[in-house]
Design a protein around this ligand. Structure first.
Ligand SMILES: Nc1ncnc2c1ncn2[C@@H]1O[C@H](COP(=O)(O)OP(=O)(O)OP(=O)(O)O)[C@@H](O)[C@H]1O
Ligand SMILES: [Mg+2]
Length: 334
Protein backbone atom coordinates (compact mmCIF):
# COMPACT_ATOMS: atom_id res chain seq x y z
CA UNK A 1 0.00 0.00 0.00
CA UNK A 2 1.35 3.46 -0.83
CA UNK A 3 1.71 5.98 1.96
CA UNK A 4 -1.59 7.80 2.24
CA UNK A 5 -0.44 10.71 4.31
CA UNK A 6 -2.76 11.47 7.19
CA UNK A 7 -5.71 9.61 5.70
CA UNK A 8 -6.08 6.11 7.04
CA UNK A 9 -8.35 4.15 4.75
CA UNK A 10 -8.95 1.35 7.25
CA UNK A 11 -10.33 3.64 9.92
CA UNK A 12 -12.62 5.58 7.63
CA UNK A 13 -13.70 3.49 4.67
CA UNK A 14 -15.30 0.18 5.49
CA UNK A 15 -16.30 -2.58 3.11
CA UNK A 16 -15.31 -6.08 2.32
CA UNK A 17 -17.93 -7.17 -0.16
CA UNK A 18 -16.32 -8.20 -3.45
CA UNK A 19 -17.87 -5.16 -5.15
CA UNK A 20 -16.43 -2.68 -2.65
CA UNK A 21 -13.08 -4.42 -2.66
CA UNK A 22 -13.05 -4.06 -6.44
CA UNK A 23 -13.77 -0.33 -6.01
CA UNK A 24 -10.90 0.09 -3.50
CA UNK A 25 -8.48 -1.81 -5.78
CA UNK A 26 -9.57 0.31 -8.72
CA UNK A 27 -9.06 3.52 -6.73
CA UNK A 28 -5.49 2.48 -6.02
CA UNK A 29 -4.87 1.93 -9.75
CA UNK A 30 -6.31 5.25 -10.91
CA UNK A 31 -5.39 7.52 -7.99
CA UNK A 32 -2.20 8.88 -9.47
CA UNK A 33 -3.45 9.63 -12.93
CA UNK A 34 -4.99 13.05 -13.49
CA UNK A 35 -7.95 11.69 -15.43
CA UNK A 36 -11.44 12.90 -14.57
CA UNK A 37 -13.52 10.46 -12.55
CA UNK A 38 -17.32 10.12 -12.58
CA UNK A 39 -18.74 8.40 -9.49
CA UNK A 40 -22.32 7.22 -9.91
CA UNK A 41 -24.41 5.85 -7.05
CA UNK A 42 -27.66 6.30 -5.16
CA UNK A 43 -27.84 8.78 -2.31
CA UNK A 44 -25.65 7.88 0.66
CA UNK A 45 -23.59 5.19 -1.09
CA UNK A 46 -20.31 6.98 -0.32
CA UNK A 47 -19.57 9.04 -3.44
CA UNK A 48 -17.91 11.85 -1.50
CA UNK A 49 -16.00 9.39 0.64
CA UNK A 50 -14.61 7.64 -2.45
CA UNK A 51 -13.71 11.02 -3.99
CA UNK A 52 -11.81 11.75 -0.77
CA UNK A 53 -10.12 8.40 -0.94
CA UNK A 54 -8.94 9.05 -4.50
CA UNK A 55 -7.56 12.45 -3.52
CA UNK A 56 -5.76 11.21 -0.41
CA UNK A 57 -4.35 8.23 -2.31
CA UNK A 58 -2.92 10.49 -5.01
CA UNK A 59 0.17 12.66 -5.28
CA UNK A 60 -2.16 15.66 -4.83
CA UNK A 61 -2.95 14.71 -1.22
CA UNK A 62 -0.98 17.57 0.33
CA UNK A 63 -2.98 20.09 -1.66
CA UNK A 64 -6.68 20.97 -1.08
CA UNK A 65 -9.68 18.69 -1.60
CA UNK A 66 -12.62 20.96 -2.39
CA UNK A 67 -16.12 19.45 -2.41
CA UNK A 68 -19.00 21.39 -4.00
CA UNK A 69 -22.61 20.27 -4.06
CA UNK A 70 -24.10 21.55 -7.28
CA UNK A 71 -27.64 20.71 -6.09
CA UNK A 72 -27.85 23.23 -3.26
CA UNK A 73 -26.60 26.13 -5.35
CA UNK A 74 -28.97 28.27 -7.38
CA UNK A 75 -28.23 28.76 -11.04
CA UNK A 76 -26.93 32.30 -10.55
CA UNK A 77 -24.74 31.39 -7.59
CA UNK A 78 -23.13 28.31 -9.05
CA UNK A 79 -21.10 30.11 -11.68
CA UNK A 80 -19.55 32.56 -9.22
CA UNK A 81 -19.06 29.76 -6.70
CA UNK A 82 -17.13 27.60 -9.18
CA UNK A 83 -15.25 30.23 -11.14
CA UNK A 84 -15.20 33.24 -8.76
CA UNK A 85 -16.14 36.84 -9.53
CA UNK A 86 -14.59 40.29 -9.79
CA UNK A 87 -15.74 43.22 -7.74
CA UNK A 88 -18.88 44.82 -9.21
CA UNK A 89 -19.72 41.84 -11.43
CA UNK A 90 -23.23 41.81 -9.94
CA UNK A 91 -25.14 43.36 -7.02
CA UNK A 92 -23.49 42.16 -3.85
CA UNK A 93 -20.11 41.45 -5.46
CA UNK A 94 -18.30 43.90 -3.21
CA UNK A 95 -14.83 42.46 -3.67
CA UNK A 96 -12.86 40.09 -5.89
CA UNK A 97 -13.46 36.50 -4.88
CA UNK A 98 -11.72 33.38 -6.17
CA UNK A 99 -13.93 30.41 -7.12
CA UNK A 100 -13.66 26.83 -5.90
CA UNK A 101 -11.50 25.87 -8.90
CA UNK A 102 -8.87 28.41 -7.87
CA UNK A 103 -9.13 27.30 -4.23
CA UNK A 104 -8.46 23.71 -5.29
CA UNK A 105 -5.20 24.66 -7.07
CA UNK A 106 -2.82 21.71 -7.16
CA UNK A 107 -5.48 19.47 -5.61
CA UNK A 108 -8.86 17.97 -6.43
CA UNK A 109 -12.33 19.44 -6.88
CA UNK A 110 -15.33 17.17 -6.24
CA UNK A 111 -18.47 18.35 -8.02
CA UNK A 112 -21.31 16.37 -6.48
CA UNK A 113 -24.76 16.24 -8.09
CA UNK A 114 -23.28 17.18 -11.44
CA UNK A 115 -26.54 16.00 -13.05
CA UNK A 116 -28.17 19.14 -11.60
CA UNK A 117 -26.01 21.80 -13.28
CA UNK A 118 -27.84 24.03 -15.76
CA UNK A 119 -26.83 23.91 -19.41
CA UNK A 120 -25.26 27.40 -19.33
CA UNK A 121 -22.82 26.19 -16.66
CA UNK A 122 -22.24 22.92 -18.55
CA UNK A 123 -20.80 24.96 -21.44
CA UNK A 124 -18.49 26.92 -19.10
CA UNK A 125 -17.33 23.81 -17.30
CA UNK A 126 -16.49 22.18 -20.61
CA UNK A 127 -14.38 25.19 -21.51
CA UNK A 128 -12.51 24.99 -18.20
CA UNK A 129 -11.74 21.31 -18.76
CA UNK A 130 -10.56 21.96 -22.31
CA UNK A 131 -8.42 25.02 -21.63
CA UNK A 132 -7.41 24.34 -18.02
CA UNK A 133 -8.14 27.97 -17.25
CA UNK A 134 -11.02 29.74 -15.48
CA UNK A 135 -12.48 33.15 -16.06
CA UNK A 136 -14.09 34.85 -13.08
CA UNK A 137 -17.60 36.27 -13.54
CA UNK A 138 -17.13 39.86 -14.70
CA UNK A 139 -13.45 39.22 -15.35
CA UNK A 140 -11.45 39.09 -18.55
CA UNK A 141 -8.31 37.25 -17.45
CA UNK A 142 -7.90 33.53 -18.10
CA UNK A 143 -6.47 32.13 -14.85
CA UNK A 144 -4.61 28.83 -15.26
CA UNK A 145 -5.77 26.04 -12.94
CA UNK A 146 -4.16 22.69 -12.21
CA UNK A 147 -7.02 20.74 -10.66
CA UNK A 148 -8.17 17.14 -10.88
CA UNK A 149 -11.91 16.93 -11.46
CA UNK A 150 -14.05 14.26 -9.81
CA UNK A 151 -17.82 14.39 -10.29
CA UNK A 152 -20.65 12.60 -8.53
CA UNK A 153 -24.10 11.80 -9.88
CA UNK A 154 -27.17 10.00 -8.51
CA UNK A 155 -28.61 9.62 -11.97
CA UNK A 156 -27.24 7.78 -14.97
CA UNK A 157 -25.61 10.62 -16.92
CA UNK A 158 -25.53 8.65 -20.14
CA UNK A 159 -29.30 8.37 -19.93
CA UNK A 160 -29.53 12.15 -19.44
CA UNK A 161 -27.35 12.60 -22.54
CA UNK A 162 -29.73 10.36 -24.50
CA UNK A 163 -32.65 12.50 -23.27
CA UNK A 164 -30.86 15.67 -24.39
CA UNK A 165 -30.54 16.96 -20.80
CA UNK A 166 -26.76 16.73 -20.48
CA UNK A 167 -24.10 17.69 -23.04
CA UNK A 168 -22.51 14.69 -24.67
CA UNK A 169 -19.10 16.36 -25.08
CA UNK A 170 -19.02 17.26 -21.38
CA UNK A 171 -20.13 13.73 -20.43
CA UNK A 172 -17.15 12.21 -22.26
CA UNK A 173 -14.76 14.70 -20.62
CA UNK A 174 -16.07 13.82 -17.15
CA UNK A 175 -16.47 10.09 -17.58
CA UNK A 176 -12.88 9.19 -18.43
CA UNK A 177 -12.77 6.91 -15.38
CA UNK A 178 -16.20 5.59 -14.34
CA UNK A 179 -16.84 4.25 -10.83
CA UNK A 180 -20.22 2.78 -9.89
CA UNK A 181 -21.06 2.44 -6.19
CA UNK A 182 -23.57 -0.32 -5.51
CA UNK A 183 -26.49 0.33 -3.14
CA UNK A 184 -26.20 -1.32 0.27
CA UNK A 185 -28.98 -3.81 -0.52
CA UNK A 186 -26.71 -5.29 -3.21
CA UNK A 187 -23.80 -5.77 -0.81
CA UNK A 188 -25.45 -6.92 2.35
CA UNK A 189 -22.21 -8.54 3.55
CA UNK A 190 -21.07 -4.98 4.37
CA UNK A 191 -23.99 -4.27 6.74
CA UNK A 192 -22.58 -6.02 9.87
CA UNK A 193 -19.13 -4.42 9.67
CA UNK A 194 -20.52 -0.99 8.85
CA UNK A 195 -22.87 -1.33 11.83
CA UNK A 196 -20.00 -2.26 14.16
CA UNK A 197 -17.91 0.58 12.73
CA UNK A 198 -20.59 3.24 13.30
CA UNK A 199 -21.83 1.93 16.66
CA UNK A 200 -18.19 1.83 17.82
CA UNK A 201 -17.61 5.38 16.64
CA UNK A 202 -20.76 6.90 18.14
CA UNK A 203 -20.53 5.11 21.49
CA UNK A 204 -16.88 6.17 21.79
CA UNK A 205 -17.78 9.76 20.87
CA UNK A 206 -20.08 9.73 23.89
CA UNK A 207 -17.28 8.42 26.06
CA UNK A 208 -18.85 4.96 26.34
CA UNK A 209 -17.46 1.56 25.44
CA UNK A 210 -19.05 0.16 22.30
CA UNK A 211 -21.91 -2.21 23.17
CA UNK A 212 -22.52 -5.46 21.33
CA UNK A 213 -25.75 -5.76 19.38
CA UNK A 214 -28.25 -8.55 19.86
CA UNK A 215 -28.63 -11.06 17.11
CA UNK A 216 -32.21 -9.85 16.45
CA UNK A 217 -30.84 -6.37 15.78
CA UNK A 218 -28.30 -7.68 13.30
CA UNK A 219 -31.05 -9.67 11.64
CA UNK A 220 -33.30 -6.61 11.34
CA UNK A 221 -30.42 -4.59 9.87
CA UNK A 222 -29.63 -7.31 7.35
CA UNK A 223 -33.23 -7.58 6.26
CA UNK A 224 -33.93 -3.86 5.88
CA UNK A 225 -33.61 -2.37 2.38
CA UNK A 226 -31.74 0.83 3.44
CA UNK A 227 -33.05 3.19 0.74
CA UNK A 228 -30.78 5.91 2.15
CA UNK A 229 -27.85 3.49 2.00
CA UNK A 230 -24.79 3.95 4.24
CA UNK A 231 -25.88 7.41 5.40
CA UNK A 232 -29.18 5.99 6.70
CA UNK A 233 -27.34 3.15 8.45
CA UNK A 234 -24.93 5.63 9.99
CA UNK A 235 -27.81 7.84 11.24
CA UNK A 236 -29.57 4.81 12.74
CA UNK A 237 -26.37 3.86 14.61
CA UNK A 238 -25.90 7.41 15.86
CA UNK A 239 -29.45 7.46 17.20
CA UNK A 240 -28.95 4.09 18.89
CA UNK A 241 -25.79 5.34 20.60
CA UNK A 242 -27.72 8.37 21.88
CA UNK A 243 -30.69 6.45 23.24
CA UNK A 244 -29.50 2.96 24.23
CA UNK A 245 -29.12 2.57 27.97
CA UNK A 246 -29.03 -1.27 28.03
CA UNK A 247 -25.84 -3.34 28.27
CA UNK A 248 -26.55 -4.61 24.79
CA UNK A 249 -28.19 -2.97 21.76
CA UNK A 250 -31.65 -4.52 21.64
CA UNK A 251 -34.52 -4.26 19.15
CA UNK A 252 -36.15 -1.66 21.39
CA UNK A 253 -33.23 0.70 20.68
CA UNK A 254 -33.56 0.40 16.89
CA UNK A 255 -35.36 3.28 15.12
CA UNK A 256 -38.93 2.36 14.20
CA UNK A 257 -38.30 3.29 10.56
CA UNK A 258 -35.90 0.36 10.28
CA UNK A 259 -38.10 -2.12 12.13
CA UNK A 260 -41.47 -1.37 10.61
CA UNK A 261 -40.64 -0.81 6.99
CA UNK A 262 -40.97 -3.55 4.43
CA UNK A 263 -38.05 -5.91 4.71
CA UNK A 264 -36.25 -7.29 1.70
CA UNK A 265 -37.91 -10.34 0.29
CA UNK A 266 -35.94 -13.49 0.75
CA UNK A 267 -36.08 -14.35 -2.92
CA UNK A 268 -33.18 -15.98 -4.69
CA UNK A 269 -30.88 -13.16 -5.77
CA UNK A 270 -31.02 -12.16 -9.40
CA UNK A 271 -27.54 -12.35 -10.87
CA UNK A 272 -27.41 -9.97 -13.81
CA UNK A 273 -24.96 -10.76 -16.58
CA UNK A 274 -24.00 -7.19 -17.29
CA UNK A 275 -21.08 -6.31 -19.53
CA UNK A 276 -17.70 -6.89 -17.84
CA UNK A 277 -16.73 -3.93 -15.67
CA UNK A 278 -13.23 -2.57 -16.07
CA UNK A 279 -10.81 -3.65 -13.34
CA UNK A 280 -13.09 -6.47 -12.15
CA UNK A 281 -11.61 -9.88 -12.88
CA UNK A 282 -13.54 -13.06 -13.55
CA UNK A 283 -12.51 -14.36 -10.12
CA UNK A 284 -13.88 -11.25 -8.42
CA UNK A 285 -17.15 -11.49 -10.31
CA UNK A 286 -17.48 -15.18 -9.44
CA UNK A 287 -16.78 -14.36 -5.79
CA UNK A 288 -19.52 -11.74 -5.91
CA UNK A 289 -22.06 -14.19 -7.35
CA UNK A 290 -20.99 -16.82 -4.85
CA UNK A 291 -21.36 -14.50 -1.84
CA UNK A 292 -24.81 -13.43 -2.93
CA UNK A 293 -26.01 -17.01 -3.30
CA UNK A 294 -24.46 -18.10 0.00
CA UNK A 295 -25.93 -15.08 1.83
CA UNK A 296 -29.32 -15.94 0.40
CA UNK A 297 -29.05 -19.65 1.30
CA UNK A 298 -28.05 -18.79 4.88
CA UNK A 299 -30.95 -16.42 5.14
CA UNK A 300 -33.60 -18.85 3.95
CA UNK A 301 -32.09 -21.49 6.27
CA UNK A 302 -32.15 -19.05 9.23
CA UNK A 303 -28.39 -19.40 9.63
CA UNK A 304 -28.41 -23.20 9.77
CA UNK A 305 -25.30 -24.07 7.74
CA UNK A 306 -26.18 -27.73 7.14
CA UNK A 307 -29.53 -26.68 5.72
CA UNK A 308 -27.90 -23.90 3.65
CA UNK A 309 -25.41 -26.44 2.26
CA UNK A 310 -28.35 -28.65 1.24
CA UNK A 311 -30.06 -25.71 -0.47
CA UNK A 312 -26.86 -25.05 -2.42
CA UNK A 313 -26.26 -28.76 -3.05
CA UNK A 314 -22.73 -28.67 -1.62
CA UNK A 315 -21.08 -30.32 1.39
CA UNK A 316 -21.39 -28.63 4.80
CA UNK A 317 -17.58 -28.46 5.04
CA UNK A 318 -17.31 -26.90 1.58
CA UNK A 319 -19.80 -24.25 2.62
CA UNK A 320 -17.73 -23.55 5.76
CA UNK A 321 -14.58 -23.10 3.65
CA UNK A 322 -16.30 -20.77 1.18
CA UNK A 323 -17.83 -18.68 3.97
CA UNK A 324 -14.39 -18.19 5.44
CA UNK A 325 -12.77 -17.45 2.09
CA UNK A 326 -15.40 -14.87 1.14
CA UNK A 327 -15.25 -13.18 4.54
CA UNK A 328 -18.91 -13.93 5.27
CA UNK A 329 -18.31 -15.40 8.72
CA UNK A 330 -19.71 -12.39 10.54
CA UNK A 331 -22.89 -12.38 8.55
CA UNK A 332 -25.70 -12.93 11.04
CA UNK A 333 -28.82 -14.34 9.49
CA UNK A 334 -30.46 -16.52 12.14
N1 LIG B 1 -17.77 2.41 2.88
C1 LIG B 1 -18.01 3.30 3.85
N2 LIG B 1 -17.35 3.20 5.02
C2 LIG B 1 -17.59 4.09 6.02
N3 LIG B 1 -18.43 5.12 5.93
C3 LIG B 1 -19.11 5.27 4.78
C4 LIG B 1 -18.93 4.37 3.68
N4 LIG B 1 -19.73 4.79 2.66
C5 LIG B 1 -20.38 5.88 3.10
N5 LIG B 1 -20.02 6.19 4.37
C6 LIG B 1 -20.52 7.31 5.19
O1 LIG B 1 -21.88 7.51 4.84
C7 LIG B 1 -22.21 8.90 4.76
C8 LIG B 1 -22.67 9.20 3.34
O2 LIG B 1 -21.58 9.11 2.42
P1 LIG B 1 -21.32 10.18 1.26
O3 LIG B 1 -21.66 11.56 1.74
O4 LIG B 1 -19.97 9.94 0.72
O5 LIG B 1 -22.46 9.69 0.25
P2 LIG B 1 -22.90 10.31 -1.14
O6 LIG B 1 -23.01 9.19 -2.10
O7 LIG B 1 -22.01 11.46 -1.53
O8 LIG B 1 -24.38 10.82 -0.81
P3 LIG B 1 -25.28 11.94 -1.61
O9 LIG B 1 -25.63 11.32 -2.92
O10 LIG B 1 -26.49 12.08 -0.76
O11 LIG B 1 -24.46 13.16 -1.76
C9 LIG B 1 -20.93 9.64 5.12
O12 LIG B 1 -20.96 10.00 6.49
C10 LIG B 1 -19.83 8.63 4.85
O13 LIG B 1 -18.72 8.85 5.68
MG1 LIG C 1 -22.55 13.48 -1.68
Amino acid sequence: MPDRGTFSIDSVVVGRSPRMRAVFDFVRVIADSDSSVLITGETGTGKELVANLIHYSSARRHRPFVPVSCAILTETLIESELFGHERGAFTGAIKDRPGRFELAEGGTIFLDDIDDIPSSVQVKLLRVLQNRTVERVGGTRAIPVNVRVITGSKRNLKQLVAEGKFREDLYYRLNVVPIVLPPLRERREDIPILTDHFLGRYFRERGEDPKPSASAVRQAFLGYAWPGNVRELENACERIAQTCTCDQVRLGCVPASVLFHPQLEVAEPVIEMSAPRPAVSLDERLAEVESRLITWALKVSHGNKSRAAEVLKIKRSTLGDRIKKLGLDHLEVN
